[in-house]
Design a protein around this ligand. Sequence first.
Ligand SMILES: Nc1ncnc2c1ncn2[C@@H]1O[C@H](COP(=O)(O)OP(=O)(O)OP(=O)(O)O)[C@@H](O)[C@H]1O
Ligand SMILES: [Mg+2]
Length: 365
Amino acid sequence: MSELTVPAAERAAARVAVPALGCSLGDSGAAVETSISGNSITIRVTLAFPAAGIRETLEREVAAAVRTATDAARVAVEVGWSIVPRAPQGQLAPLPGVKNIIAIASGKGGVGKSTTAVNLALALAREGARVGVLDADVYGPSQPRMLGLAGAEPESLDGKHIEPLKAHGLEVMSVGFMVGEATPLIWRGPMVTQAVTQITFETRWGDLDYLIADLPPGTGDTQLTLSQKVPLAGVVIVTTPQQVATSVARRGLEMFTKVGVAVLGVVENMSTFLCPKCGHEEALFGEGGGAELAAACGVPLLGQLPLNGAIRAQTDVGCPPVAADPEGALALRYREIARRVALELSRRPKDQKHKFPKIVVEKQK
Ligand SMILES: Nc1ncnc2c1ncn2[C@@H]1O[C@H](COP(=O)(O)OP(=O)(O)OP(=O)(O)O)[C@@H](O)[C@H]1O
Ligand SMILES: [Mg+2]
């Protein structure tokens, strides 16, 4: 039976499925404000994650559901978002202006962390967030090239802070700007720690909803520095479907869990190869690795990306797929993953705490 009341309208809105996210609007943590005037209803939905790519569909679906439930003559729906900070509280100095720092990591090298990081950053920006990229790979910085900024030099206006560079709507900082991408760095632990802390805290970031940190492979100094000195809101683990990659990725994932950084989920990269000539799709590196890793660690599989020549070619020349063709099939995949990452993050408790495990060095006898 239809009923033209605020609770009836809001119950109907809460039941609407959020496109491609596998949850209802109610479960997504959205805030709904409703007003009724005569037999017209106005609903304002505020999501906790950016969602430009699904905004219109959601508005249409909420309007249809509310109309059916209430028999209102006119239903106006407006979907927007407000991104909440989920940085750990209390123990670490916050990064001024930055709501959420998300690290992109994997135990293994060459699985596509940097490619995923840059495309996810661009995807979050397309979805309507303010985004920065922190290239924390001091040994092999790749963001300057991937964002078409190779050779650029950031400036300091006050002699204390560094101004981030801008590319495709993102703010960008990389050790690569200081030392050049080709310079092989033979740095010891403390220097790495210092460089990463410095570019994180001395960059004058604007107001950002998300700062995406591209990590080097492994579970070494950068990962520890970042998780113990930088207020990470969460980490996304990248893996290929291969067994060896997933088992190394698992070690990376477990390291973050141990220090209390929220693992938001797993992205499986190079899942299948789509032959550009015959259209045949081949699971070159095996199947199901990402899903198995995610299930074994109790975190969501955030999405899968194909091994695709355009991803490599466009990212290599500084204009990754999400910037080159934001409405193209590849960009839409990254954008869907970006919404999932943001949704997962928004579901974390407000007062996350990092753990600081005691490091015991045994004396040699
Ligand atoms: N889905 C993909 N399809 C095609 N090529 C890809 C894909 N993902 C990454 N690549 C390519 O694979 C190579 C390695 O990717 P990338 O540099 O992102 O990996 P990484 O994990 O950051 O490596 P490192 O451990 O050295 O930091 C690059 O040449 C990149 O263009
Ligand atoms: Mg990399």
